[in-house]
Design a protein around this ligand. Structure first.
Ligand code: GLC
Length: 434
């Protein structure tokens, strides 16, 4: 259990003034879904930390309901680009001035995280009061997604920047990104910081970064909320994983409302629409998996990747579809891969070391593990959990990991940032028998 203590120590070292940073140099601020996963882990031994962290995140919620993907609690950190000044979230009058923030969001994890915390602290009145207080804010956040990001009222919201998806550099986004033309003067000058802090061959390439900046500028132009974004953005995607997580969190909000006597009427309405359209629009029979939808070009995005597995976690597929997803994972495991690679290992786009183009991410394994258990695929769920634990024991608490077993044999460490908060918290949660 020495590693459990080490994991807690990592979170402690990454703890700032009431929140955790993902890792100290590469990501020195508060990230939205990272914070959620850290709160899950800390709740197993210090639930006050979890409440503080979540409270701090919601202090950055915008008047329109959006929760930004980064809160810049400190304006004196200069190791990250784009920093608060580049985002200039103040173009939106409903954005708090303190903390300053980015102008885009990340996966809607807070519903299911609050449900987990509440379930495990049912006897604790302070936790119940906390959840009651934060519940309407989470509903408001979901309302933002339905109101501002779902122009056709399908119950499926869009993202307009790969960073919103949490899977920033996945090959999923390549096609839309290619459609963005960068001419001299199209974007303002900027200087990257990430490549000075992490191996360049594990980070996104320069032409990608220009396009990230382009989409950021597009959002800024329309105050990060205008309907012109949907009309104009070359990148407009209904992401399967983002929508699956929203559905999971809706379910959790409905459950929390029942447990605590709150009103979830509107969530129930959203949920009906979301669930039926998700299955119709995102399932791809040939691939045997859920895929995203390119709303700009009106077509499914035909990739096998980790996001297509997450609908298990939201109890979306029927047993037949779930079995196909389970078979996919079983097959990968029997072919010498640790589970779950973030991208299709058989595709020419697979890159085993590069950010979201192949490696394994801890918080993804956490969700997939839970999803498999929902469908009683206990054996695969066990592999997903054990593989992550094996990788952490062998390679350390890194941001992401090599998936090919024979390559892992040759390695001494993981990829990306070290002493990573959600790696530590996923490890703690998976080891704490909940
Ligand atoms: C990267 C990941 C994103 C995460 C952030 C902080 O940008 O792609 O999912 O939230 O790092 O860990």
């Amino acid at each position: 259990m020495r590693d459990l203590e080490l994991a807690k120590q990592i979170i402690k070292n990454n703890w700032r003034d009431g929140f955790s940073v993902p890792t100290s140099k590469l990501y020195p601020f508060q990230w939205m879904w990272d914070s959620g996963f850290v709160a899950l882990g800390t709740a197993t031994y210090d639930v006050k930390m979890s409440m503080t962290e979540i409270g701090k995140l919601f202090s950055g919620q915008w008047e329109n309901g959006m929760i930004p993907h980064i809160l810049f609690h400190s304006e004196n950190e200069h190791t990250y680009f784009p920093n608060f000044d580049f985002w200039n979230s103040q173009v939106n009058k409903g954005a708090p001035t303190n903390p300053k923030s980015s102008g885009i969001t990340q996966p809607a994890v807070f519903g299911f995280i609050l449900e987990d915390i509440l379930k495990n602290h049912w006897e604790n009145q302070e936790v119940k009061d906390f959840v009651k207080g934060i519940f309407p804010k989470v509903v408001n956040y979901h309302r933002f997604l339905y109101d501002y990001r779902d122009p056709n009222q399908e119950g499926l919201f869009f993202i307009y920047h790969p960073w919103e998806s949490g899977r920033d550099n996945s090959p999923l986004w390549d096609e839309s990104m290619k459609n963005i033309e960068i001419l001299p003067g199209t974007i303002p000058p900027y200087e990257r910081k990430d490549t000075a802090l992490s191996n360049e061959n594990q980070r996104p390439t320069q032409d990608k970064y220009d396009r990230y900046v382009y989409l950021l500028e597009l959002g800024k132009k329309y105050k990060y909320e205008g309907k012109e974004i949907a009309e104009e953005s070359p990148f407009l995607v209904q992401d399967n994983m983002m929508n699956a997580i929203l559905i999971k969190s809706n379910d959790s909000l409905i459950q929390i409302a029942e447990d605590l006597g709150l009103d979830a009427g509107q969530v129930i309405e959203w949920q009906q629409l979301s669930k039926s359209n998700f299955d119709q629009k995102f399932w791809n029979e040939e691939l045997g998996m859920y895929v995203g939808y390119d709303l700009r070009n009106e077509k499914q995005m035909l990739h096998k990747e980790i996001g297509g597995i997450v609908p298990l976690f939201a109890s979306i597929p029927d047993q037949g579809k779930a079995k196909r997803i389970n078979d996919y994972l079983q097959n990968l495991s029997s072919r010498g891969y640790y589970l779950c690679p973030s991208y299709d290992v058989d595709s020419p786009n697979f890159e085993s070391m590069r950010y979201w183009r192949g490696p394994i991410w801890p918080q993804m394994n956490w969700m997939v593990h839970k999803g498999l258990l929902e469908y009683s695929f206990d054996e695969t769920a066990g592999i997903v959990k054990d593989d992550l634990i094996t990788l952490i024991h062998k390679l350390g608490f890194y941001e992401y990991f090599e998936a090919q077993k024979e390559v892992v044999e040759t390695l001494q460490k993981g990829y990306g940032g070290n002493n990573f908060s959600w790696t530590a918290s996923s490890y703690i949660h998976l080891n704490t028998n909940r």
